[in-house]
Design a protein around this ligand. Sequence first.
Ligand SMILES: C[S@@+](CC[C@H](N)C(=O)[O-])C[C@H]1O[C@@H](n2cnc3c(N)ncnc32)[C@H](O)[C@@H]1O
Length: 272
Amino acid sequence: MTEGNSGVDQSKPSIARVYDCLLGGKDHYVVDRAVGETFKHDMPGSVAIAHANRQNLVRAVRELALAGIDQFIDMGSGLPTADNVHQVAQRQVPDARVVYIDSDPIVLAHGRALLEGHAHTRVLQADVRDPQAIREHPDTVELIDFDRPVAVVLSAILHHLNDDEDPRALVRYWQEQVPSGSYFFISHFRSGDNPQTAEAEAVLQSTFGRGRWRSDAEIRALFGDLEILEPGIVPSSLWRPDVASDPLHAGAAEAELTVWEQLIVGGLAWKA
Ligand SMILES: C[S@@+](CC[C@H](N)C(=O)[O-])C[C@H]1O[C@@H](n2cnc3c(N)ncnc32)[C@H](O)[C@@H]1O
């Protein structure tokens, strides 16, 4: 094992670093690049999926900030990239508070460097499967006021949890912690019911040793009784596309998307 002081293991691929590679970032190692190249070859849409997901997240956060939400908890936040939740939110609400959670030590290392001296944003190394530890962490307690609406971001993270880790219970935990008027953004890999995507799911599972893509009904069930807002749970590139910057997807139908573009869906829900 190659491990530096930061606890980053450079000998095994990490989800955060492979994702960074697909997004065109620079914070990954040879082992991640090798997996990234395999994905690009075996799953020709993986770069498009990563970008579609990321842009969906950015649009959702922007809309929430425009609606006055000024507290965000971003679970499985990933490595800092071109536009991060705090940057998108703080563009609209300069003192918006953001807590990033990721289990990968590299996210902590890079996140802390990016956020040095940033009073309203923190990055915690924690496991989303232990929500109570996140809820009770001093940084969460200091930054997030749970008496006011919060946005809980679960972008491309729940499909990295197995069924027996009960991702629905995780969403329910946070639903119980936040007041009405809070929002949940979830994006998730969708089982495509075709040999191409079944194979891609198998590649992902064997690479990272975990995770599950879910059917539309299973993804819907993750939201429980939260009220899902327009346009529902749809392929990420069709979730409120920017007419100006993405005229191709504005008004497009799902059937017009490639099989890969249909693979990641996003939805925004509200706690009434
Ligand atoms: C595909 S990336 C998504 C990044 C970002 N949320 C986005 O949508 O652009 C998934 C992230 O979840 C993190 N992750 C996976 N399992 C986790 C866990 N159990 N607890 C915390 N983070 C986890 C990975 O390290 C990775 O950074």
